[in-house]
Design a protein around this ligand. Structure first.
Ligand SMILES: *Cc1c(COP(=O)(O)O)cnc(C)c1O
Length: 392
C-alpha cells in the first residue's frame, strides 16, 4: 500500500501548524461579519476577554493579524532601541534567530548559546547580568521547536526581573500545551499564537504585554506605528468603542474564538496533561527500540514535540518520506542546524492524545525498518501502552 504525495496525509503529527480541531474548522466557516458591525466589535472584545482568561493575564492581550513571526518581529521592532543592550539566549534555531531581529534595532547584542539539545542554565543568565549591568532586555525562546527542548523561563524571568530588565519570550509552541503564562515568567512581551497547541490555523499572534513594556514602546519614537508591524496601533482595539487600525482577520478570529472555548472548557490542566502523557509515551516507546530522544534529558524534553535523534547511517529525509508514503503519517524535519539530525513527532492540540503516540511510534519504527534499520515495532508499542495504561 502506498500514499502518494498529492493526497492528504492520514495523520499529521507535526510540530505546527497542526490540523485544526474540527470545531475550529466549523468556527472558521461562521459568517464573516463587517468589522465595524457592532456585533463584530462586541464579539472581538469577548474573544480578547477569553484570550486574557486563557493567558491568565492581569491586563488585556493583543491580537496581531499575522502568524506569530509577526509578533516576534513586532516585539523586537517596538521594544528594542539603539540605547538598549540585549542579552539573547539561544538554545536552538528560533532563539538564535531572535538575536538577528534584535540586532536590527540595536548594535549592542550579547548572547548565551548552548548546544541545541540542551537548555539555558538560569545561573549563566544571572552571571551574565552581573557581569554586564548595562543589559536592559533579555530574549528567550521557551520551547525551541526545532530542538524539542524547553528553557526554564520562570526561573530566568525571576532573575531578569530582579535585574530590572525587560524580557521578551517566544512561547509560540508551548503556550496551551503546558503550564506557561506571561505573568509566571514575568514577561514584558510574551508572544504566542493559535497555530500550535491551541489547534487553530496559522494566521494570528497573541501577545501579552506588561504595563512597563507599553510605556517603553510608547516612549520609543521608532516603534512601528501605522504599520502591519505595529503593536501600539492595536493597544485599544480590544474595546468595542475603538476603531481597528485596519481590518482584522475576521474568519481567523472566528476560529480563535472556538479554539479558546475548547481550551477553557476542557480545562487547561487537562489539556497540559494529555500533551505531557503523549510525549512521555512517545519517549518510552523510542527507548524501548534503542532510539534516543534528541533532548539531553527528559527534564528538558518538550511535552508538545518529541525530537528524535536520527540513527547513524539513516537519511532523515528518506525516513520521513517512508513514513508518509507507507503509512500516510507526516512528521516535521529539523530546521537549520538540526535539519537532517532529528525528526519531530508533534503532540500539539488535537494530536496531543496518547493513542497518537502509538501511531507515531509505529510509523517511525516501520519507516526505520523499511530503510534497513531493523527494530521491533511491537516493543515500542508495548512500552508506550504501558505508560498510557499506567497513567491515571
Ligand atoms: C512555530 C513557531 C514560530 C512561528 O514561526 P513559523 O516558523 O512561521 O512557524 C515561532 N517560534 C516558535 C518557537 C515556533 O515554534
Amino acid at each position: 500500500m502506498r500514499y502518494s504525495d498529492d493526497k492528504e496525509a492520514v495523520i499529521t503529527l507535526t510540530a505546527g501548524p497542526v490540523n485544526a480541531y474540527a470545531d475550529v474548522l466549523r468556527g472558521l466557516g461562521r459568517t464573516v461579519l463587517y468589522d465595524y458591525d457592532p456585533a463584530f466589535q462586541l464579539f472581538y472584545e469577548r474573544v480578547i476577554d477569553k484570550a486574557q482568561k486563557a493567558m491568565r493575564l492581569s491586563n488585556r492581550p493583543v491580537i496581531l493579524q499575522g502568524e506569530p513571526v509577526l509578533g516576534l518581529e513586532a516585539a523586537a521592532a517596538s521594544l528594542i532601541t539603539p540605547e538598549d543592550t540585549v542579552l539573547n539566549l539561544a538554545s536552538g534555531v528560533y532563539g538564535k534567530g531572535f538575536g538577528y531581529w534584535a540586532n536590527r534595532y540595536t548594535p549592542n547584542l550579547l548572547e548565551i548559546e548552548v548546544p541545541y539539545n540542551e537548555s539555558i542554565d538560569p545561573q549563566a543568565v544571572a552571571d551574565m547580568l552581573k557581569k554586564h549591568p548595562e543589559i536592559t532586555i533579555v530574549c528567550v525562546c521557551h520551547h525551541d521547536t526545532p530542538s524539542g527542548t524547553i528553557n526554564p523561563i520562570n526561573e530566568i524571568g525571576a532573575i531578569v526581573a530582579d535585574h530590572g530588565a525587560y524580557l521578551i519570550v517566544d512561547a509560540v509552541s508551548s503556550f496551551g500545551g503546558m503550564e506557561t503564562h506571561p505573568d509566571d515568567c514575568r514577561a514584558s512581551i510574551y508572544v504566542t499564537g493559535p497555530n500550535k497547541c491551541l489547534g487553530a490555523p496559522p494566521s494570528l499572534t497573541l501577545l501579552g504585554v506588561s504595563e512597563a513594556a507599553w510605556a517603553k514602546m510608547k516612549a520609543n519614537k521608532a516603534a512601528p506605528r501605522a504599520s502591519m508591524l505595529s503593536i501600539l496601533d492595536w493597544e485599544n482595539a480590544w474595546s468595542r468603542q475603538e476603531p481597528f487600525p485596519f481590518t482584522p482577520s475576521v474568519a481567523e478570529i472566528n476560529g480563535l474564538d472556538v479554539a479558546l472555548d475548547l481550551y477553557l472548557a476542557e480545562g487547561p490542566e487537562n489539556v497540559w496533561a494529555r500533551h505531557a502523557l503523549t510525549a512521555k509515551a512517545t519517549r518510552a516507546g523510542l527507548r524501548a527500540i534503542g532510539i534516543s530522544p534528541w533532548a539531553a534529558s527528559d527534564a528538558i524534553a518538550s511535552p508538545t514535540t518529541t525530537s528524535v535523534r536520527t540513527p547513524d547511517g539513516i537519511d532523515e529525509e528518506k525516513l520521513r518520506h517512508a513514513a508518509r508514503e507507507r503509512y500516510g503519517v507526516v512528521f516535521s524535519a529539523g530546521r537549520g542546524e538540526t535539519l537532517g539530525k532529528l525528526t519531530r513527532i508533534g503532540h500539539m492540540g488535537p494530536t496531543a492524545q496518547p493513542i497518537y503516540a502509538v501511531a507515531g511510534l509505529t510509523a517511525y519504527a516501520g519507516a526505520l525498518c523499511a530503510l534497513g534499520h531493523k527494530v521491533e515495532v511491537g516493543k515500542a508499542v508495548d512500552a508506550a501502552m504501558a505508560v498510557i495504561d499506567g497513567a491515571e
